[in-house]
Design a binder for this molecule. Structure first.
Ligand code: CA
Ligand code: CA
Ligand code: CA
Ligand code: CA
Length: 298
């Protein structure tokens, strides 16, 4: 009898040990925790910035309906990123999601394709937001004092999609907003420049939202980021699941490289500059020589 009990206890201990070992292994291979690491401070201290490219297609023919069946998206997906977003450290709210992100543009619009897992799809509070830095010095996803910038006249543009009461497949205007030194500006003061369309998906038993979004490269709205110059544009993401909670999932910072923008002035590179100076010098030297020859012959 003692022997049977010993065997039973031994078996339980082995199962417990294997369970513990499995947990340790899962924690080791999981790249992102459900909460931010560290002390809940600025995520830039932990992750830095992830860079990505923006593909160009002169005629992408994208219909903003949430369905990514346009061939332009296939090419743009070469530059896709998987953006992890998690709740804040010590949050009482638990949510971890991965946004599959593709960004492309033509000569008028910038297009975003975003697909992310949601814990309870179809909830009216489900939402995704993108913060684009306009001119903030210390742009971050962590705003300790609420959604406001620290510098005078520094602004962040935000583009949002809400589920609200819109049916699956709905095409509707997004939320185009901006915040600055004193928090949110009145949304009514700015033009609403975002178009969105969405569908719900279920793949392998996991529920996803998929949103197509577009905005003109240049809106001339003081509350919007303007894609006028080639270079890097910083952004980050927030995903709200069900409750519209303050502790929504947040990504770290990304920067998108826009090149060949229609409004961008072409600055000559160092090689072209050196070539120009050399050719100019040769031209001047030739003129002087010619003048000398003419002077001598006359
Ligand atoms: Ca589409
Ligand atoms: Ca949800
Ligand atoms: Ca805006
Ligand atoms: Ca606007």
């Amino acid at each position: 009898m003692e022997m049977i009990r010993f065997k039973h206890e031994n078996k339980s201990a082995v199962i417990l040990f294997l369970g513990f070992l499995t947990c340790v292994l899962i924690l080791q291979v999981t790249p992102v925790t459900a909460y931010w690491d560290g002390d809940g401070g600025d995520c830039r201290d932990y992750h830095g910035i992830t860079f990505m490219d923006c593909s160009h297609d002169g005629n992408p023919g994208i219909s903003i309906d949430g369905i990514a069946n346009e061939t332009a998206w296939d090419a743009g997906m070469n530059n896709s990123r998987t953006v992890p977003a998690a709740s804040m450290n010590e949050s009482t709210y638990f949510f971890l999601t991965y946004i599959n992100l593709t960004i492309l543009r033509d000569d008028t619009w910038v297009y975003l394709l975003m697909k992310w897992n949601d814990s309870n799809i179809g909830h009216i509070q489900d939402e995704i937001d993108i913060c684009w830095n306009i001119n903030m010095d210390n742009f971050t996803a962590y705003f300790a004092g609420g959604m406001n910038t620290t510098g005078e006249e520094q602004r962040v543009d935000t583009w949002g999609w809400n589920k609200l009461n819109y049916d699956n497949g709905s095409i509707h205007p997004g939320k185009d907003q901006c915040f600055g030194t004193n928090g949110w500006y009145d949304r009514a003061d700015e033009n609403q420049d975002i178009d969105t369309g969405y569908i719900m998906l279920n793949e392998g038993g996991v529920d996803y939202y998929q949103v197509e979004m577009r905005r003109k490269l240049i809106t001339n709205d003081e509350y919007d980021v303007q894609f006028t110059h080639d270079g890097l544009y910083e952004l980050n993401f927030a995903v709200i699941d069900d409750m519209g909670h303050e502790d929504h999932a947040v990504s770290w910072n990304y920067a998108v490289n826009f090149q060949g923008l229609p409004g961008s002035k072409k600055v000559p590179g160092p090689f072209m500059l050196a070539l120009g100076v050399t050719l100019g010098s040769i031209g001047i030297a030739c003129l002087r020589t010619r003048k000398g020859i003419i002077g001598k012959s006359s």
